[in-house]
Design a protein around this ligand. Structure first.
Ligand SMILES: [Mn+2]
Length: 379
């Protein structure tokens, strides 16, 4: 037996990051590059571990873009599960991924598993913590493992928070995955990991295909996908880096070195031109007293640099004015804010639900997306 497949995750199609259409196109370009890689490597099928779309209400254009990209795959099916971003809101509607089932995508997060090319493919859609109150996650997975009555190589698709990747999660990557699977693909965590073993399964976390919350930590890990070869010896994943991504430039600024800052940005833009045709996004960070975004933008404009950038994003901390908290790093459960919230809510269980909701909300970048998400979850 000799099977080859492509594993991708968290493509977030339709995410116009920073409110920019161009960023939406970037996410589509990354997805199309994944399709190219699938075709070039002659894979038998593709697996997608969740957050195919950025929301459960993708625009008509986004749906059409997805159909056009999938149609390039011809007879290569894509097996997918719904993530926290694109799962159905049970009562109100079905998952947007169901629309794509006539175009080569197969949802495998329901009650059945699919046998294809001699392997068994199973999946589970994203489950909110509150829905795991009366049943253990491991028990659910053990039931799925039991579907394998022909003893085929078994692939499981998941989209879930696991510690240590999400430190506050109650699920642990080592103790909450049961025996009985050969390959476990996991989405949701956007930073790619080296494949590792849990029990006898090869665990692969490809991360997202584009930068959703761009920070310096995430920038150290190139975005990409895994080509996986399956033979009698097991599953062998190989990482392939994506090339179509828009460059991001991080530049630190201090109150008295605006000139130096401009010079350095200019040079960094030159460097990106060697590898990419896309105009970079500039992220300006630093602790300042006087400088404000308006002054910096004006300086970038008058030196002709701004025209060479798609977007400028500020991540400035104003020293002395007020003490600023970096929200990304805030560990709610251990902070005084978390303690206050716990007192206020009174009920431990409900507090954990609110805390995990806040953790999900941290992954969004603008108020509109948060509102949309809340309306769907609570409405
Ligand atoms: Mn995601």
């Amino acid at each position: 037996m000799q099977v080859r497949f492509l594993h991708i995750s968290d493509t977030h199609l339709g995410y116009n990051q920073y409110g920019l259409q161009e960023r939406g196109e970037d996410f589509l370009d990354a997805f199309n590059e994944c399709v190219d890689i699938a075709l070039e490597n002659n894979v038998d099928f593709i697996i997608h571990t969740g957050d195919f779309f950025h929301t459960s209400r993708p625009s008509n254009k986004t749906i059409l873009d997805a159909i056009n990209a999938l149609s390039r795959l011809k007879n290569t099916p894509m097996f997918a599960i719904s993530g926290n971003h694109d799962r159905s809101s049970r009562v109100r509607d079905i998952s947007p991924l169901s629309i794509l089932e006539n175009f080569g995508l197969k949802l495998v997060d329901g009650d059945g598993s699919v046998e294809f090319e001699g392997v068994l493919i199973s999946g589970l859609k994203y489950i909110f913590r509150s829905n795991l109150r009366h049943i253990s996650f491991k028990t659910i997975l053990e039931k799925i493992a039991g579907r394998n009555n022909k003893n085929l190589p078994h692939i499981l698709l998941l989209h879930q928070e696991f510690s240590p990747f999400f430190p506050n999660s109650h699920l642990n990557i080592y103790s909450d995955l049961p025996d009985g699977f050969d390959y476990i693909g996991i989405g949701h965590y956007h930073i790619r990991q080296e494949p590792f073993k849990v029990n006898n399964s090869t665990v692969v976390m490809p991360g997202s295909t584009e930068f959703t919350a761009y920070n310096q930590n995430e920038s150290r890990y190139p975005k990409g996908v895994f080509i996986v070869d399956v033979d009698p010896d097991g599953f062998k994943p190989t990482f392939i880096q994506l090339k179509s991504l828009r460059p991001f430039i991080f530049e630190e600024i201090k109150d008295d070195d605006l000139g130096l800052f401009l010079e350095s940005v200019k040079q960094r833009i030159e460097e990106t031109l060697e590898n990419s045709l896309k105009m970079p996004v500039l992220i300006v960070k630093g602790s300042v007293k006087k400088l404000n975004p308006k002054d910096i933008l004006e300086a970038l404009e008058s030196s002709g640099i701004k025209d060479k950038l798609l977007h400028v994003r500020f991540n400035l901390q104003y020293v002395e004015e007020f003490e600023s908290v970096e929200f990304e790093k805030l560990n709610l459960e251990e902070s005084t804010l978390g303690q206050k919230l716990k007192q206020l809510i009174g009920d431990e269980e409900l507090y954990h639900e609110v805390a995990s909701l806040i953790n999900v909300l941290k992954t969004f970048e603008d108020k509109k997306q948060i509102k949309e998400y809340l309306r769907e979850q609570l409405g």
